[in-house]
Design a protein around this ligand. Sequence first.
Ligand code: PLP
Length: 284
Amino acid sequence: VTLLAVLGPDLVASLVPADTPILRADDLGAVRGDGVFETVDVRAGAPWLLDAHLDRMARSAAALDLDLPPRTALEALAGALCAAWPADDEGQLRIVATRGPESGGPPTVYATLKPITDKQRAQRRDGIAVRTLPLGVPAGLRTAEPALLAGAKTLSYAVNMAALREAERRGADDALFVSTDGYVLEGTRANLVMAVDGRFVTPRTDIGILAGTTQADVFRFAEGEGIATSYELVTLADLEAADALWLLSSVRQAAPVRSVNGVTRAMDLAMTERINDFLLSREQ
Ligand code: PLP
């Protein structure tokens, strides 16, 4: 099942058949990747951490000088989909806002909801193989230049998807970007968290990466458990020395890393289960 909801010019959200054409051929989201999006986990019939996602979507849109519709309209879009979704099924909700047609007009705003895949579910349990790949920029560059849209979740994911395919060609499940000055950044669609001497460490978010809602939630879990947390500049040597690694994102949750560049890594499966139990079972 895939569900589709669109926001009309009157800002009313309506559910439409999933195969309804809703983009014009000159939509700037399609022809330039000019727009923003969020992917949200849906469970118990509700979008998880929707507030944090809509906060980030507003920050992304501000970075692009893109006028988003009012937040209540985006909430209504998510609500229209969730109301039509079986409450027992876990789903992935994608909310998209593009700059609209090149010939002028309001942003194109829509959302889809589809089931999570067996692969996504399996990675929470079985772990993932990761390849490091260069992103081609120094860690400090993107935050120094606003036009590089540091930390904005834009529709321009062609590089991320190419890195994912490249990682897969080399026998891995996902890529981990590394800056030209040797700092570990983030996955193609996920953040890195490492266990280091009983602490949880994640790359600093002032190096152009996306501030993850799942990573923030995992740090909340850690703080509740008395585990110290910190944001650091993480080198490849730090990555190699860490006791355990996870890639975190809204739909996949915590996927333990079972190898990096073909080298097997120890997975802390007991901790993975505790993290995912926290992420999956908690009231909002
Ligand atoms: N980094 C990138 C590049 C992403 O695209 C995503 C999410 O899709 C994340 C990190 C993880 O963010 P979140 O946990 O909020 O889903």
